[in-house]
Design a protein. Structure first.
Length: 99
C-alpha cells in the first residue's frame, strides 16, 4: 500500500463535466480529469444532478446530494475509483426508477 504525499493540502475549487469525464479544478492550479465510468452514480445521473454539487471540508471533498455520492480530492489524486459493489448500485438504480 502506498501513501500519497503532497507539499501542502490541495482543495477542489470547481467541478466540470463532459459527456465522458469529470474535471476537478484544484486550488494549486491543476485540473484532474477522470472518466465518468469510474463513478457509476455520476455516470447515470442527469446533467442537472451532476451540476448540483457541494464542496465539503473547504474543498477536501465533493458531495452530490441527489446522487448520494461523495468523492475526496485525496482519492482523486490517488486515482481511486468508486468502490461501490454491483448489488448496491443495482439497488440505487432501482430506487431511482420509482415514481
Amino acid at each position: 500500500m502506498s501513501t500519497l504525499v503532497t507539499e501542502r493540502d490541495v482543495f477542489a475549487e470547481s467541478v466540470e463535466f463532459s459527456p465522458e469525464s469529470m474535471t476537478v479544478r484544484l486550488d494549486d492550479g491543476r485540473a484532474l480529469s477522470v472518466p465518468l465510468t469510474w463513478y457509476p452514480r455520476l455516470l447515470h445521473g442527469s446533467v442537472e444532478e451532476r451540476n448540483e454539487y457541494e464542496l465539503i471540508g473547504n474543498g477536501e471533498g465533493i458531495h452530490w446530494p441527489k446522487l448520494n455520492e461523495d468523492i475526496s480530492v485525496e482519492g482523486l489524486l490517488a486515482g481511486k475509483q468508486s468502490a461501490e459493489n454491483s448489488d448496491s448500485l443495482s439497488r440505487w438504480m432501482e430506487g431511482r426508477q420509482k415514481p
